[in-house]
Design a protein around this ligand. Structure first.
Ligand code: MRU
Length: 345
């Protein structure tokens, strides 16, 4: 099975990404050469999805570290720390961003005595390792979750947790790709995912490429479909999962979890371990990003509301663990009740 898309590619001097703001109408790749441009690409959703954000931010830090040509180790580390702090401000919710930066920081400090060129190399190798690990995690998530997709069922997806959101096959979409590869026949109902339309623009684009049958619905249609017994399982991705299993994901995920529970439909989260933040006890501690109101008042470049309409635009919500049947990870499927066994891994 081939990857659906090369979401990001590292080329030693620059990071190449597919510009997700232009999809599906335009498949344009852009070269990013500075940490500032990586920050802008993440903030502007040119690259998005928790694991992809994590790996891109790591390469942003690599670009900045490789720029230092001096010989002063303290200065190198001071700039390095400043760049970590700066990169952390790109987006607040996806834990992968903080996880990636922490990994690079750890590998640099563990090798403090090495020369600056060696340190630059070590940091770059760590980011490349994260890229490969994410790709491997996607495969294992797909393999582990594929048993949940039985023949002739309908699945509901929200946002885009596909190849575009990772370095590999994605998380929830990887489950669909692996199940499809095993010959299972099923249909994916794709929530459009207001206001940025990651479902309508990106998930349909990926599923079309993979040849998996899918039907786009308005977010508000999901309950009606469930009432008609047309949804058998819900699988979505995650931006941050707390120690108790409370999970932040794209705004609207909580709505789906509530209606799925009402209709007794199993609700799963597919995510790599790099999305688990065991330092947070529960979901009320997760920082939720608030994005510009224009994403709600405008559709693309067209305003759909009277001028100066007040709009509230949280990008994520938190689904309580009790609504989640299981977490599909690269290490297997865990229920919120046995998540603590994952902590030990
Ligand atoms: O705002 P986005 O598009 O970055 O939000 C993405 C999501 O909410 C995804 O579901 C999540 O990051 C998981 S991606 C594997």
């Amino acid at each position: 099975m081939d990857r659906i898309v090369k979401t990001l590619t590292w080329n030693k001097d620059y990071l190449e990404i597919i510009d997700q703001t232009l999809l599906p109408l335009d498949e344009k790749y852009i070269k990013i050469k500075t940490i500032e441009a990586v920050w802008e690409a993440i903030r502007g959703l040119h690259i998005r999805g928790a694991p992809a954000i994590g790996v891109a931010s790591a390469f942003g830090l690599v670009l900045a570290a490789k720029k230092y040509k001096g010989k002063n180790k303290d200065k190198f580390f001071s700039i390095f720390e400043d760049n970590i702090s700066y990169m952390k401000t790109a987006r607040p919710t996806a834990y992968n961003l903080f996880y990636g930066l922490a990994r690079l920081k750890k590998s640099a400090y563990e090798n403090y005595r090495k020369s600056i060129p060696e340190l630059q190399d070590i940091i770059e190798k760590e980011a490349e390792k994260m890229f490969d690990e994410d790709m491997e995690s996607c495969k294992n998530i797909g393999e582990n979750g594929s048993s949940l997709i039985k023949d002739n069922i309908n699945v509901l997806s929200h946002c885009n947790a596909g190849g575009l959101a990772t370095t590999g096959f994605g998380t929830s979409l990887s489950v669909f790709y692996f199940a499809w590869d095993k010959g299972r026949k099923f249909r994916v109902f794709v929530d459009e995912t207001r206001p940025v339309l990651q479902g309508a623009r990106l998930t349909t684009w990926e599923l079309k490429k993979a040849g998996i049958p899918h039907t786009l619905i308005c977010d508000s249609t999901a309950a009606f479909l469930m009432q008609q017994k047309k949804i058998d399982i819900v699988i979505v991705g995650a931006d941050r999962i707390c120690a108790n299993g409370d999970t932040a994901n794209k705004i609207g995920t909580y709505n789906i979890a509530v209606i799925a529970a009402y209709h007794k439909i199993p609700f799963y989260i597919a995510a790599p371990l790099s999305t688990f933040d065991f330092s947070l006890k529960s979901g009320d501690q997760i920082p939720i990003e608030e994005r510009p109101g224009e994403e709600v008042t405008d559709l693309g470049c067209i305003r759909i509301t009277p001028e100066e309409t007040d709009a509230y635009n949280p990008a994520f919500d938190v689904t309580p663990a009790k609504l989640i049947k299981g977490f599909i990870t690269e290490k297997g499927i865990f229920s919120p009740k046995n998540l603590f066994t994952l902590k030990k891994i």
